[in-house]
Design a binder for this molecule. Structure first.
Ligand code: HEC
Ligand code: HEC
Length: 690
């Protein structure tokens, strides 16, 4: 690292063009090798020099952490919104909790910028602010004239109307991005991959931490990025500089790296997968009958997203039986065909296998087969072609673009199949088609694997897992999630950005239909029920449209409406992620998790199967957070809903609400879970009941 020190500082200062503060005497050493004595503080006698303030905000990287009206790209959320900071300052100085020394707004701002730790502002966009996140060095790096301009500006920033203009990032990637030497780039790439990818995504598209793509990082600027990486934040970004992982110079290299296009991450060959493979309990060391007295078939395996764990919860007693460390931000859990094992896939591509027969369910094996993953499934077929129950597992990766077949008892990886190929419509080569949902057929030893970007549905016969037979069906681009119809013969999958649902006949191995839908269908696994007018249907909610759409699924009994969108049930808002029902229930449950209105985001609606023209009732399931994802208990008498809170707010991290399905009344709350998300009931997951 050492050789870069000088290059780094030159580049950093070179970025700042201070045309607007021309009168100031302090010039950066990069442009003025001979030191010039600092000018006496300049008292502005004319109107506040706005251009000088804007340049100073940029120099100090202020916009990376603050919203400042009228300042281009000042959209940061790590520090308080500075739109009304003058009023806030006036109020704060009156308050008994104020620990600073200022008595005027101007002095308050000066103190806040030069000695940020004297008083720590209470509210950083909903989370408590933390000492040490805003370093005094930023303000101290400003000349007195710049500081005065900044303080004057903050006392009377332009109106909100002008502020809106700054909402959209204005940077044109790669043009504005700073450069790195080859050595710097290679170092930063490796460090990012080892230290940052787990939270920000291998391709920097975001996971637990936000996306770090150039459209977002260039507006934050090198100074802003460096400060965040050095100091960390109160909402989960580690303080890499303060902890001594990296020097200031190294962090500055990382900050420049983040403004470049993300390079392709490494491949993951079999050798490296095997090196990551750990077996904690060998199959012959495991119990041969359930050790627990609990009704393990009614366990719920619940994703605790921001805790990097899953909780195993007893569906009879609501007790948390165990919490198991899993991969980061678990996406889904699937059970083996007997239900005994839970396979949990993290977004970081780590697969964990949990034995539910032991007293305290724990991991028996784990392996990493991707750097970025979304799906896992098991072998379910038991028939003339063999008994594959609990024999195999398969993981679908986002990166590298492949799927991996594993031994279902040990997780030893057996075979890798690349999904790189040609798009279904224009037949263009696609270098990274991601594997979206996977389901297992009951009719054949077959998985249905959805290859997203090329728009193909692959029927993968696993009878000989080292030489799988693959039939590639053309569907539509952007295949995402889906589920079976009630008979388990037809698989319906959303092609989300194509606004279509594709239908596959698993028995005959062919495409049946492509159904047009409203904007961005997102069914989860969908909901199967019998419509009073159209007979058996499968329903999906939508991210981009306030509606549930039901598709006829009974070509024999109701041929005229089969594979047609027959009914639209309006919802109070869009942003739906999940829909659920049970064959014994008279209701369909639906969320609006990603709605931008906080009240709708925590509202759930129930539709009566008898009268599906509009929702029967809707209500807010909590006073905070977002309501997301439903699951029934094994008997089909209760519905569990997750409240997705904020991992940094004690008391509001999240919980599960249990409703009586017959009466829609609340039965219980399972409190203090960290961002519970998907919940997978063992019985219902094994039998594909939804
Ligand atoms: C790395 C993130 C970060 C950067 C960069 C940053 N700040 Fe801050 N700022 C914070 C945080 C966090 C707080 C709240 C904690 C505190 O008061 O110390 C804060 C507080 C403040 C406050 C007090 C707000 C109040 O409500 O009391 C002002 C004023 C302020 N910053 C101005 C600036 C200016 C001007 C710059 C650029 C020179 C800047 N900040 C750069 C994170 C940052
Ligand atoms: C443990 C998870 C975690 C790791 C590891 C992590 N980050 Fe973060 N990072 C976060 C979270 C969470 C945030 C959002 C913080 C907030 O809003 O206060 C964040 C925010 C950031 C931001 C600010 C982005 C913005 O839009 O405001 C940058 C830059 C960043 N991280 C860079 C890095 C780099 C570089 C590394 C590796 C050296 C890294 N992070 C490792 C969790 C992580």
């Amino acid at each position: 690292m050492r050789p870069w020190k000088h290059i780094v500082f030159g580049a950093m200062l070179g970025l700042v063009v201070l045309v607007a503060c021309a009168r100031q005497a302090e010039v950066s050493p990069a442009t003025a090798p001979t030191p010039i004595p600092q000018a006496a503080p300049v008292v502005a006698t004319t109107a506040p020099p706005v251009d000088c303030a804007l340049a100073a905000f940029q120099k100090g990287g202020c916009g990376a952490c603050h919203v400042i009206p009228g300042v281009p790209n000042a959209r940061g959320t790590i520090g308080p919104d500075l739109t009304n900071v003058a009023q806030v300052a006036a109020q704060t100085m009156q308050s008994s909790t104020y620990t600073g020394n200022a008595t005027t707004v101007e002095a308050y701002l000066r103190e806040a910028i030069l000695e940020p730790d004297v008083f720590v502002a209470p509210d950083c966009n909903g989370s408590p602010c933390q000492k040490g996140v805003m370093p005094p060095s930023l303000g101290q790096g400003l000349s007195e004239e710049e500081l005065a301009a900044v303080i004057a500006y903050l006392q009377a920033p332009p109106g909100a109307a002008e502020a809106v203009v700054t909402e959209a990032p204005t940077a044109a990637p790669s043009e504005a991005a700073p450069t790195l030497s080859d050595d710097e780039f290679a170092w930063a790439k490796l460090v990012y991959f080892e230290r940052c990818a787990g939270c920000h995504g291998t391709l920097r598209k975001g996971a637990t931490g936000p996306a770090l793509t150039p459209d977002r990082t260039i507006p934050l600027g090198t100074v802003g990025l460096s400060t965040i990486i050095y100091n960390g934040t109160s909402r989960g970004m580690p303080d890499w500089g303060k902890q001594g992982f990296f020097t200031k110079e190294q962090i500055e290299v990382l900050a420049r790296f983040l403004q470049r296009e993300p390079p392709a991450p490494p491949e993951l060959p079999m050798e490296r997968m095997k090196a990551s493979w750990k077996m904690y309990v060998a199959p012959d060391q495991r119990p041969t009958a359930p050790q627990t007295k609990r009704n393990w078939q009614n366990y719920f395996v619940v994703t605790l997203r921001d805790a990097g764990q899953v909780a195993v919860i007893d569906g009879d007693t609501y007790e948390v039986v165990s919490k198991v460390d899993s991969g980061y931000a678990v996406h889904i859990t699937r059970m083996s065909a007997t239900g005994r094992y839970a396979y949990v896939i993290g977004r970081d591509g780590k697969l964990a296998m949990i034995d539910l027969w032991t007293e305290t369910p724990a991991k028996v094996a784990e392996v990493q087969v991707c750097y970025d993953a979304r799906s896992v499934e098991v072998s379910k077929y038991n028939g003339p072609e063999g008994d594959f129950t609990d024999k195999l597992a398969v993981v679908g990766c986002y990166w590298p673009p492949h799927f991996v077949i594993l031994d279902g008892q040990t997780l030893e990886p057996i075979h890798i199949v690349s999904t790189r190929g040609y798009t279904v419509d224009t037949m263009e080569y696609h270098p990274e088609p991601r594997v979206a949902s996977i389901v297992a057929s009951d009719f054949k030893p077959e998985w249905i694997i959805n290859v997203k970007e090329i728009g193909q549905i692959w029927l993968v016969n696993y009878a000989n897992p080292r030489a799988p037979q693959i039939k590639m069906l053309p569907a539509a681009r952007f295949l995402h999630d889906g589920g079976w119809d009630a008979t388990h013969r037809y698989f319906l999958v959303a092609a989300n950005q194509s606004n279509k649902v594709a239908v596959v006949d698993a028995q005959e191995g062919r495409m049946v239909a492509l159904v047009d839908t409203p904007k961005i269908p997102h069914p989860g696994r969908g909901a199967n029920w019998v419509d009073p007018e159209f007979g058996p249907v499968w329903s999906s909610g939508h991210l981009g449209d306030p509606a549930i759409v039901s598709i006829g699924t009974d070509p024999e009994g109701h041929p005229n409406v089969a594979w047609k969108a027959v009914r639209v049930t309006p919802l109070p808002g869009a942003g739906s992620l999940f829909i659920k029902t049970h064959p014994n229930s008279k209701w369909i449950w639906v969320d609006m998790t990603l709605n931008s209105d906080p009240a709708l985001a925590r509202t759930i609606c129930v539709i009566a199967k008898e009268n599906p023209a509009e929702p029967h009732t809707c209500w807010e399931a909590s006073s905070y957070g977002r309501a997301v994802h439903f699951e029934y208990n094994a008997a089909g008498t209760e519905v569990w809903v997750s409240i997705w809170g904020d991992a940094s707010k004690p008391g509001e991290t999240g919980e599960i609400v249990v409703y009586d399905d017959a009466t829609l009344t609340e039965k219980a709350r399972i409190p203090n879970l960290v961002t519970p998300t998907g919940k997978f009931n063992v019985y219902n997951t094994v039998h594909d009941i939804y």
